[in-house]
Design a protein around this ligand. Structure first.
Ligand SMILES: Cc1cc2nc3c(=O)[nH]c(=O)nc-3n(C[C@H](O)[C@H](O)[C@H](O)COP(=O)(O)O)c2cc1C
Length: 165
């Protein structure tokens, strides 16, 4: 993989998250890939950032609590089955790397690994978190996405390095 300047990213953010999905990896001693389709990239506090949203019920939530680092990995086409698996099984009781036929790859700037073979991987250090609060939802239909009231925690990660296949 080739390290690139985040400013040169040719990412189509809406397609990349909503249609293609990504793998968020958290955890150091037992890293774990989790599928995400809600998130974004942009600028905050004069830095390039990637923001992801994780429900408290996910194993990934505890891993991010332990180590505030993550990688965000966009896979090449044809890996839908792996994304489905990482989005339906929990790292609490499954080695999703093995089950999904994926391999971790050492990151350059953080302890959490990237996904080998990703077409784009971002290494991020979490700068801040904030919890979504229902009293702040202005469109009442949003509440319908939370029948269990497990409101996401947002993680704002500074993009320390970006790698393209
Ligand atoms: C397409 C897709 C997108 C998802 N996006 C998110 C997301 O953005 N945030 C989230 O908390 N869960 C999301 N999930 C659900 C988690 O990936 C799923 O619950 C996973 O099993 C959690 O894994 P973990 O327990 O190992 O962390 C998504 C699932 C799928 C299939």
């Amino acid at each position: 993989m080739q390290r690139i300047d985040p400013k040169q990213l040719a990412l189509r953010p809406f397609a990349a998250f909503d249609q293609d999905w990504a793998l968020l990896v958290g955890g150091v001693s037992k890293p774990n890939p989790m599928t995400v389709s809600w998130g974004g990239v942009g600028t905050l506090w004069n830095r390039p950032v990637a923001t992801v949203y994780v429900r408290p019920t996910r194993h990934t939530y505890s891993l991010l609590d332990e180590t505030p680092e993550l990688t965000l990995n966009f896979l090449p086409e044809g890996m839908r089955a792996a994304l489905q698996l990482c989005g339906s099984r929990s790292g609490r009781d499954t080695d999703k790397w093995q089950e999904a036929g994926l391999e971790p790859e050492k990151a350059e700037t953080i302890q959490v690994p990237r996904v080998a073979g990703a077409r784009l991987a971002l290494e991020c250090r979490v700068l801040a978190t904030f919890d979504l609060a229902p009293e702040r939802f202005l469109d009442p239909s949003i509440l319908g996405l939370y029948p269990k009231r497990d409101f996401h925690r947002a993680y704002v990660g500074e993009v320390l390095a970006a790698f393209e296949a």
